[in-house]
Design a protein around this ligand. Structure first.
Ligand code: ATP
Ligand code: MG
Length: 446
């Protein structure tokens, strides 16, 4: 009989249920991850007590998801999400049950869950694990298997299709054949899932240790074709890089590199989308394939994808700038002006992410990062950082130019940016008198 250790406060929480004639179980990820020896700070609980019964047992309870039977109990300094055992009615929209009914039997609750490894529960009084669907043996064998009839389970809730990819990626598992084949047959139903949930699931795949496991599964089941078709077709574009022979597998290698170095979600999304414009830029020149302008095209398509998947504005801005600049190749003959223009284009706050993007791309293209090149760029950036670089650093502003008779309007903006261009190349010219004189002559010779 397998047990999981139950922390003291959770045992005390469970005692309150017992003394009220009910029981409390921890279920899902916490049991699974304990058996796999991996960390999990997210404990989900379930009980036979009805939500209003739970609310009457404790002083501070918030009805966080009362329609689905979930309440949050505040107990001895902790917060615990507790859901009443339930079964679900039909899923006519392929995502949400038409109705939820509460039941008193744990087995019924566990049988509506998605995969056997997620349907393990443990009694909170003694930690004894309840394994009704052979989840422990699937954990040992590294298998994701739907509970019951896989086709029906995916047909009920299409989000489970992506959850299958996510758990395979997170745990390094493979899907059992009937589960995988059913997912493949129902791939197009993923379109019923909200864009926000799709974004969350893909982000979780990207944050796993080897994201390519889940991404490859998204591609091979057909899910990717329905979610990000522009990425899916990258598999048809041949390209000779280290460890990959097409654009999609190069992209997957770049994402894996970002995961290997534990880079942020922003960098991982950037790697996923950084070459998405290659199919539309491909040109055959003799024996070579070239992708001129793919940085700009990839940014454009990435923006469409990010809007569709409802990325935050901040994330859209970061990912676009990083993609647009992912082809930067620093050379020893770069002038200070060129470096400052790069800083302006990227933004100081994104420079570290840009180095990471360059490294991931290099690792996925050449097998290793060109650290020396980035190091030179970084040092050159440090040398120029305190020099004037943007309009706010100029020794004159728009009002100064209006005072010498240049009217407000687009012309004035153009003159300011010409002055900035000059100062970026020749910082010693950044004094008020010189700039006013120069502005006057630019205005008079227009
Ligand atoms: P994580 O470590 O990512 O939190 P988890 O297994 O706890 O993994 P959650 O998304 O927190 O996953 O869900 C908690 C539990 O609820 C799952 O283990 C599973 O039993 C059940 N579950 C969640 N979403 C679904 C779904 N769409 N269909 C069926 N069961 C689900
Ligand atoms: Mg969880």
């Amino acid at each position: 009989m397998k047990r999981i250790p139950i922390p003291r406060t959770i045992r005390e929480l469970s005692d309150v249920f017992i003394s009220n004639g009910h029981s409390l179980y921890v279920v899902g990820g916490a049991v699974r991850d304990y058996l796999l020896n991996t960390e999990n700070n997210d404990w989900d609980f379930c009980t036979d007590a009805l939500p209003e019964q739970v609310m009457s047992m404790f002083k501070f309870v918030v009805p966080t998801g009362i329609n689905h039977g979930t309440v949050t109990v505040h107990f001895k300094g902790g917060e615990y999400e507790i859901t009443t055992f339930r079964t679900e009615g039909n899923y006519s929209d392929k995502r949400h049950p038409d109705s939820v009914s509460f039941v008193t039997n744990l087995e019924e609750d566990l049988s509506r869950r998605d995969f056997t490894v997620n349907a393990l529960a443990a009694d909170c009084t003694n930690g004894i694990i309840i394994d009704l669907f052979d989840g422990i043996s699937d954990l040992k064998n590294g298998v994701i298997r739907a509970i019951g009839d896989p086709y029906q389970r995916f047909d009920e809730d299409a989000l489970r299709l992506l959850r299958m990819c996510r758990f395979c990626s997170k745990l390094g598992f493979t899907a059992d054949i009937p589960t995988y084949e059913s997912a493949k047959a129902l791939a197009q139903t993923i379109q019923a899932v909200s864009k926000e949930r799709i974004y969350d699931e893909i982000s979780k795949i990207l944050m796993s240790k080897v994201p390519s496991v889940g991404l490859k599964m998204m591609h091979s089941t057909g899910l990717m074709k329905y979610i990000i078709p522009q990425l899916d077709i990258c598999a048809e574009i041949e390209q000779d890089k280290v460890g990959s022979d097409n654009v999609l597998s190069h992209i997957f290698n770049a994402v894996d590199a970002a995961a290997y170095y534990n880079y942020s979600l922003t960098v991982r999304w950037t790697m996923l989308l950084h070459d998405i414009g290659k199919p539309s830029c491909m040109k055959k020149i003799g024996n070579f394939t070239r992708f001129f302008g793919h940085d700009i095209e990839s940014e454009k398509i990435a923006l469409e994808v990010m809007k569709e998947l409802k990325f935050s504005n901040a994330m859209q801005a970061d990912v676009s700038v990083l993609i647009r600049n992912h082809m930067v190749r620093y050379k020893d003959d770069w002038t200070d002006g060129a470096v400052k223009r790069l800083i302006n284009r990227v933004g100081v706050q994104r420079l570290n992410m840009l180095y990471e993007v360059l490294w991931c791309d290099q690792i996925a293209s050449e097998g290793k990062a060109r650290l020396e090149e980035t190091d030179k760029l970084r040092k050159h950036i440090e040398r120029v950082l305190d020099q004037p670089m943007s309009l706010k650093d100029l020794a004159v502003n728009g009002e100064d130019l209006m005072e010498i008779g240049i009217p407000k309007g687009p012309e004035l903006g153009k003159i300011l940016s010409q002055l900035l261009d000059m100062v970026i190349d020749y910082p010693t010219l950044n004094d008020r008198e010189t700039l006013l004189r120069q502005a006057e002559s630019l205005f008079n010779t227009k």
